[in-house]
Design a protein around this ligand. Structure first.
Ligand code: BYC
Length: 321
């Protein structure tokens, strides 16, 4: 293709983005647009799958049948989210195997939040309340993202995240209405998960390398700092309502801006976790690699079965002829 032809295609592509048209997998797109979508969608998919591990850890220990059923359903939803997202990503011309390989080799990231341990039952409430709460805030704008398969996957994901957030907050309400020890357990979980939850939104806008381009392409519709602020403004009153204290001495309502001011995030901790040195990074990756390797026989059996079925069908067709 000549340079002029590429420029022409690029101009048409930018015009479609400006008109808020959805870009579909078979449409022409700049190579960088394709690559940055593969990066973000696959990291999102990996986050859903790795995100099953900290909560899966509590399924056998949920304190009642009702809690167990709800937690099972939530963790199962996350597997479903991973599947929609991997499928959306595959429409960009990369295979599921390649995506897994990138994760297992440490080339593709997943959300920093899942590298922290779930020590008590209150952690499950806190994950639903804060982590899924943050996920909704981050993902609602993505329902309007420019790449069609990603935007459509996000609509269902957000509906399910809403149930996840409520089940988490309801666990917290119950713990806060319970004994002194239960309330202390809830406060302790909030103390440990608050700052990592704020880190989920990524580095500050000034440090974010992808935001500018992703906003131009309408992959991202709001910046990391805008979403983080929205999360804080929404969550602080929820903590107040159940009598929990946000572990930030600098947190203060600002009449002028109409937002909460908050303390400095420990960005050194964030980058350490992102680079693989968080409390559970090694454990999480081992669980995923083991699952892949131990599942080899299932994939082999499915392939062998598919081949036999194909042979059987061919024989039947030959007989009929
Ligand atoms: N953790 O330029 P930036 C869930 C990386 S699933 C790790 O701002 P971008 C749930 C970033 O990838 C939650 N890495 O990047 C599941 C980039 O590195 P690369 C997951 C992070 O893409 C189960 C570099 O830092 N949600 O909620 O413009 C149970 C520079 O950052 C993180 C999604 O994936 C992080 N927190 O913005 C319960 C949503 N933050 O790629 C709940 C979709 C940044 O150059 N993703 N990095 O190597 C997004 O919205 C955006 O990708 C982000 C980052 C806001 C996360």
């Amino acid at each position: 293709m000549s340079e002029d032809q590429i420029k022409n295609l690029e101009a048409q592509f930018e015009a479609r983005i400006a008109r808020d048209e959805k870009i579909e997998p078979k449409d022409w797109m700049p190579e960088k647009y394709r690559q940055t979508h593969i990066r973000q969608i696959s990291q999102h998919a990996h986050s859903e799958i790795v995100g099953m591990l900290p909560e899966g850890n509590w399924i056998t220990r949920a304190p009642s049948l009702r809690r167990k059923v709800a937690l099972l359903a939530k963790v199962q939803d996350e597997a479903g989210h991973g599947l929609y997202l991997y499928s959306a990503c595959e429409t960009l011309g990369i295979s599921r195997e390649e995506l897994y390989e990138q994760l297992h080799a440490g080339k593709a990231k997943y959300s920093s939040i899942f590298n922290y341990p779930t020590l008590t039952w209150a952690d499950i409430g806190t994950i639903g309340w804060l982590v899924d709460g943050a996920a909704i805030i981050n993902q609602v704008p993505l329902c309007n993202t420019s790449f069609g398969p990603y935007a459509r996957a996000m609509v269902r994901v957000c509906k399910e995240e809403s149930f996840h957030q409520r089940q988490g907050y309801e666990i917290m309400i119950k713990l806060c209405e319970g004994t002194k020890e239960q309330k202390e357990m809830a406060q302790d979980a909030l103390n440990r998960w608050w700052w990592p939850s704020l880190m989920m939104f990524g580095p500050t806008d000034a440090e974010s390398i992808h935001t500018e381009q992703s906003m131009k392409w309408k992959l991202k519709r709001k910046s990391n700092d805008e979403l983080r602020q929205q999360f804080i403004d929404q969550t602080v009153p929820q903590a107040d309502l159940i009598g929990l204290t946000i572990p930030d001495p600098d947190l203060k309502w600002n009449e002028k801006t109409g937002h909460y001011d908050f303390g400095e995030i420990d960005w050194n901790e964030f980058w350490q976790v992102v680079k693989g040195h968080g409390p559970c990074n090694k454990e999480r990756m081992k669980a995923r690699v083991d699952a892949w390797e131990n599942g080899q026989w299932v994939r082999d059996a499915a392939m062998a079965f598919a081949e036999k079925e194909q042979e059987r069908k061919e024989k039947l067709t030959n007989k009929a002829v």
